[in-house]
Design a protein around this ligand. Structure first.
Ligand code: ADP
Ligand code: ZN
Ligand code: ZN
Length: 724
């Protein structure tokens, strides 16, 4: 028998199947990890094929030297997924297989934990010398303890005492595996009675299709998800539930743990290596049947899936931004197809791309348009900050926001103040008239770059001088930069010296469980104000929050990205959804320097459909995704000349495609990346925007050329989430 083996090495040159002979004495199965001789070394590999015969000269074929473990770590579904991803995303096979296993397992860093239990040997006639005090105590202890209590013998009575007892045959030792479990506090598991809207959603989402569940914030989507999973379990099937950046929303785990107990395994980057490995094993062995986690949980080693759910499906974090690049939606669709189960994409603000698919009939739309508790969505009031300046208030809070905060404090309730900060970029804006500097060619906002004090376009690479005067109104009050959380907190402390003010951002959440601590403290303080970035926008369900203030809503609006309006709509809807979830009515104060921008009208009316139609129209006329495809090829190298010569060589080849696809290529150019150096590596890029009709063809040709011409450190992205 022969095996096709993929070597577990991150090297393009050897990223293919190699044939090895299977020695008689090994029971090698598909998906097993093996050790094989490779050149002068012995390397780990994955068995991806097994066959009776092979066409090569058999005397030259080497033998598998050993198996890493006696089971198939990669199940057959995952082998097919590997093929799918390799083709779809042009990834190296080894790099895909690595996604399927916890890194700890591959590197052998984390060992399984064993507990040692002791018991007295009943046949033994125990005689101990007077001086063996510790041994005597141990024997005495063992006479009356239960099994679990016997696991602490070494800690209690010392290693040497236990060793002599073992050697004399007075006690016996057994070892058992045990799992490290992530710590979470159990939430309440009160089961609610489903309303007809939820029941209808559950009844509808039962076939092997992709459903887009569009449910407003507070419509009770979590309850729907849990019922879908319950149904799958009843059918003896398993479930995957994905949530974005988990550490931000620990509550969701509490809900799931409370409802499903030990059947839930949690997979996210906040876990220790050991915890992640053990949770993976619990899923692999079938002990746990529900995988809840961030993006990578889509690779959970569960078979026989009955449901896959992607919550907050519009979130950027579902696309990996480093190698290997994959789209979680694609992988989920593959696994749903393979298992013939429903795939549910849930959101209060679906991505334009997903909603377009629903419109085209590719996804089935399911709607939950009202809140589960029957409460209205909080009213959103838009404050014109330019008007505030004219009235003589040049501070960061409008008079309206200050008044509302005072009301909250007096009523002993809670408020959240949201600071919109995405990435490191900032745009240039006139504080007098609201003018924002844009690229003359691309109609997207220019980004201020501190290192060379220039304004840059992230789409075409054009650079502009920093403005010292507003070209529209002549004011010199034109600035870049955004207010930070610190500044907001210090202003609040001046306004409300006796009120608990908490801050949640990258600086305050560096340590493990920091999020949870801040959120708990907030939960237990009345009155209180929580100031935070994107981290506070999602998921939280605090019943005492009656006010949400959005300090500078425009920050994501003028981000240099065709999705910036969509992102703004999503963010504001999300963060607004935190208000008024309890019995008291909620309110949202949205501060803007461009209050007439169309996005705010739709946001204030919770009019997703209106927004979608407008956005769809703009994308269609300007030929941006989902009505075109953007391909970015990013080159990075410590040696700037090498990066430059690679990008030139590639460009010279790719530009030839222009002849063949004359009418399909809307835009093609090579340029320095907007951020030209990261971690001491110079960055250059080629940008393509192509029409959809032959996009697959063009993409393939581009991939082939890039594969052929480049060695490494090239990263190809389709419709990239960020262009910096
Ligand atoms: P979403 O995820 O859609 O924003 P949640 O799942 O957080 O909404 O639910 C919002 C609130 O409504 C929660 O406090 C939840 O307990 C409650 N809820 C959900 N379903 C029901 C129901 N059928 N009856 C009463 N309350 C419900
Ligand atoms: Zn431009
Ligand atoms: Zn101006």
């Amino acid at each position: 028998m022969f095996a096709d083996v993929i070597i577990d090495q991150d090297a393009k040159a050897i990223d293919r199947e190699f044939v090895y002979q299977i020695p008689e004495e090994f029971d090698v199965k598909l998906g097993m990890r093996v050790i094989v001789p490779f050149g002068a070394r012995y390397l780990q590999g994955f068995v991806v094929g097994i066959k009776e015969d092979c066409s090569f000269d058999k005397t030259k074929i080497k033998k598998i030297s050993s198996v890493v473990e006696d089971f198939s770590a990669i199940k057959s579904e995952m082998l097919q997924l590997m093929q799918f991803m390799a083709k779809r995303n042009h990834l190296k096979l080894a790099s895909i297989l690595r996604l399927f296993l916890p890194a700890e397992m591959r590197e052998g860093k984390v060992k399984e934990l064993f507990k040692s239990f002791y018991c007295l040997n009943t046949d033994a006639q125990i005689t101990l010398s007077k001086s063996a005090k510790k041994q005597e105590e141990a024997v005495c202890y063992l006479k009356s303890c239960d099994k679990e209590e016997s696991a602490v013998m070494v800690e209690r009575f010392g290693y040497s005492a236990m060793k002599s007892l073992l050697e004399k045959g007075y006690v016996t030792k057994t070892q058992e595996k045990f799992s490290r479990r992530p710590q979470i506090d159990m939430g309440e598991s009160a089961k609610v009675i489903l309303n007809p809207m939820q029941q209808n959603a559950i009844d509808t989402m039962k076939d092997n299709k992709t459903y887009l569940l569009h449910g407003v914030t507070g419509s009770g989507k979590t309850e729907v998800y849990m019922n879908l999973i319950e149904r799958a379990l009843k059918q003896d099937k398993n479930a995957i539930m994905l949530v974005p950046e988990i550490s931000l929303t620990p509550q969701i785990f509490n809900h799931f743990k409370a409802r499903f107990g030990e059947q839930v395994a949690i997979l996210h980057s906040g876990l220790s290596a050991g915890e992640r490995f053990d949770e993976w094993k619990r899923l692999f062995s079938g002990e746990a049947r529900i995988a809840v986690g961030a993006r990578s949980a889509i690779f959970a080693p569960l078979e026989n899936l009955g449901i896959i759910i992607i919550d907050e499906e519009h979130e950027q974090s579902y696309v990996s931004e480093s190698n290997p690049r994959f789209s979680t939606h694609d992988v989920a669709a593959f696994r749903a197809r393979f298992n013939a189960c429903p795939l549910v994409l849930g959101s209060a603000t679906p991505s334009v791309e997903s909603y377009e698919k629903a419109k085209q009939g590719e996804h089935t739309l399911v709607e939950m348009p009202v809140r589960a508790n029957g409460k209205e969505l909080p009213a959103i009031q838009i404050i014109d900050m330019v008007g505030e300046i004219r009235k003589g208030n040049s501070g960061i809070f409008s008079s309206q926001l200050i008044a509302e905060l005072a009301n909250v404090v007096n009523a002993k309730k809670q408020a959240m103040l949201f600071i919109n900060r995405r990435g490191f970029s900032s745009f240039m804006r006139c504080r007098e008239c609201g003018y924002v500097a844009k690229c003359t060619d691309c109609d997207v906002s220019l980004v201020y770059h501190r290192e060379d004090n220039r304004l840059k376009c992230h789409y075409c690479g054009k650079q502009f001088r920093v403005l010292d005067k507003c070209p529209k109104c002549g004011s010199e009050n034109i600035k870049h930069g955004a207010v930070g959380t610190e500044k907001v907190v210090s202003e609040l402390n001046k306004l409300f010296p006796d009120v608990k003010i908490l801050r949640m951002d990258n600086d305050t959440t560096g340590t493990k469980n920091a999020h949870q601590k801040i959120l708990n403290e907030f939960k237990n303080s009345l009155p209180a104000i929580l100031v935070g970035t994107q981290m506070i926008a999602k998921g939280h369900d605090f019943e005492n929050v009656v006010l949400v203030g959005i300090v500078d809503a425009d920050q994501s609006l003028f981000h240099a990205d065709y999705r910036s309006t969509e992102r703004t709509f999503q963010l504001i809807t999300q963060v607004s959804g935190r208000a008024g979830r309890g019995s008291s009515e909620g309110k949202v104060i949205l501060q803007s320097y461009a209050p007439k921008h169309y996005v705010y009208k739709f946001v204030a009316n919770y009019d997703y459909k209106g927004f979608f139609r407008k956005e769809e129209n703009i994308r269609q006329t300007s030929e941006f995704p989902p009505f075109s495809r953007i391909i970015r090829i990013l080159f990075s190298n410590q040696d700037e000349n090498k990066a430059l010569s690679e990008v030139k060589m590639c460009y010279n080849e790719i530009v030839k495609l222009k002849e063949k696809y004359e009418s399909e290529i809307i835009y093609l150019d090579a340029m320095k990346s907007p951020i030209k150096k990261i971690q001491d590596r110079y960055r250059y890029q080629i940008m393509l925007r192509v029409k959809l009709d032959r996009a697959d063809e063009i993409e393939n040709e581009v991939f082939e050329k890039v594969d052929k011409l480049t060695k490494s450190n090239v990263f190809v992205e389709i419709n990239p989430q960020s262009l910096s």
